[in-house]
Structure formats: C-alpha cells, structure tokens
Design a protein around this ligand. Structure first.
Ligand SMILES: C[S@@+](CC[C@H](N)C(=O)[O-])C[C@H]1O[C@@H](n2cnc3c(N)ncnc32)[C@H](O)[C@@H]1O
Length: 188
C-alpha cells in the first residue's frame, strides 16, 4: 500500500509494518529545525522519519534501525525509491547498536503502550510495533541510556510519546527520564 508522509510518497505493508501517522510529522519538523548532520532514527518501521529527514536536509546522513526484518525491507525500499541510499543507512538492529557515535540528533517513535492496554486504532498494526511489556516504557528507558553514549555533547534526543514530542539535550536526559516516568501521563 502507499501513503504520503511529510509530502513524500511511501510504501508500507498493513499488518506487517507500522503505517506512518500524521502526528509523527511533528517529530520530523522539530528535528529539521535543528539542521542536523548526523541523525539516528530508532525503530524506523517503513523508514518514514529517516526518509523525510534526509529528503529535506540535503547535508544530513541518517542511520535507521529496526529489530523487525520486514520493517528493514520496507524501509530499504522507501530509501531506494527516493534515491537516498548514499545518505540513509538501514540496519536491522536493537536501538542504537551498530550506529556510529557523535550524533546530532537521535529521533524515535518506538512502541510505548503497555501490553495490558488495548487501543482499537492500532488493531491492524503488528503488536510488537505498538505495545511494549509492563508499563510500556522499557524501550524508551533503554534508549535514554543508549543515547547518552551516542550523542555528541550538544546533541539532542527527541521522541514521540502519547501524542507529544519529548526532547532533551544530552545533559538533560535525567530530567527527561523523570518527566517520562511521571504518573501524570497515565491520567492523560
Ligand atoms: C510505532 S512503530 C514506528 C515506526 C516509524 N518510526 C513511524 O513512526 O512510522 C515502532 C517501530 O519500532 C520497532 N522496534 C521495536 N523495538 C525496537 C528496538 N528495540 N530497536 C529498534 N526498533 C524497535 C518496531 O519493529 C516498529 O517498527
């Protein structure tokens, strides 16, 4: 199937690879405002975020990771479709494994819904792309720790969480973690 994300045509595979959502375009817009040169897109799915950033930031090099082989295959197809293969590197990997360090931005839209929750909007999506064990924060907790090692000192982490973009500089990751762990999210 085909969709449009950030003005770009992209393929995705319903039920196999997460369909990019409009809300995620905000994450791309905020990343582009930073004019980054070295970017990691963690949990790339169809490659939507990586492709949109590379297409709109001609000086950016992007590393896109996903643990799911089908997502990697679709992301590679979208990268090729937009002739971005020289600047977008797709890896089948956990979080930032295999990605070079000294990154300007780590951007992510990872699964964060607790697996005890059921959100009908996502019924057509692969469960592993949407739900995470326990309170749902396992992936983001691990990403916060990994980003600390991978970002350059002035680099920023930005990720999507419950319709918001959460972000912090490398030196502010502890404060971001506290915000993420706040019980206020549960009520929202
Ligand atoms: C909600 S989907 C988002 C896909 C895409 N970023 C987007 O916004 O359309 C989350 C993606 O994260 C991937 N994922 C889950 N755990 C991961 C991990 N530990 N490392 C890398 N990718 C992961 C899933 O396979 C899925 O493709």
């Amino acid at each position: 199937m085909e969709t449009t994300f950030y003005g770009l045509p992209l393929v995705y595979e319903p039920g196999r690879v997460f369909a990019p959502r409009r809300t995620t375009e905000l994450l791309v817009a905020e990343t582009l405002e930073l004019d980054p040169h070295r970017v990691a897109d963690v949990g790339t799915g169809s490659g939507a975020i990586a492709v949109a950033i590379a297409a709109h930031a001609p000086n950016a090099e992007v590393w896109a990771t996903d643990v799911c082989g089908e997502a990697v295959r679709v992301a590679c197809a979208n990268v090729e479709r937009h002739a971005l293969g020289e600047r977008v590197h797709v890896l089948q990997a956990d979080l930032l494994d295999g990605v070079p360090t000294a990154l300007d931005v780590v951007v992510a839209n990872l699964p964060y819904l607790p697996d005890s929750e059921h959100v009908p909007e996502y019924d057509e999506e692969p469960a592993a792309a949407v739900y995470a064990p326990g309170d749902g924060l396992t992936h983001y907790r691990r990403l916060l720790a990994a980003a600390k090692m991978s970002l350059r000192p002035e680099g920023r982490l930005m990720f999507q969480y419950r319709g918001h973009v959460l972000e912090a500089g490398r030196g502010e990751l502890s404060a971001l973690q506290q915000r993420l762990e706040s019980p206020a999210w549960v009520a929202s």
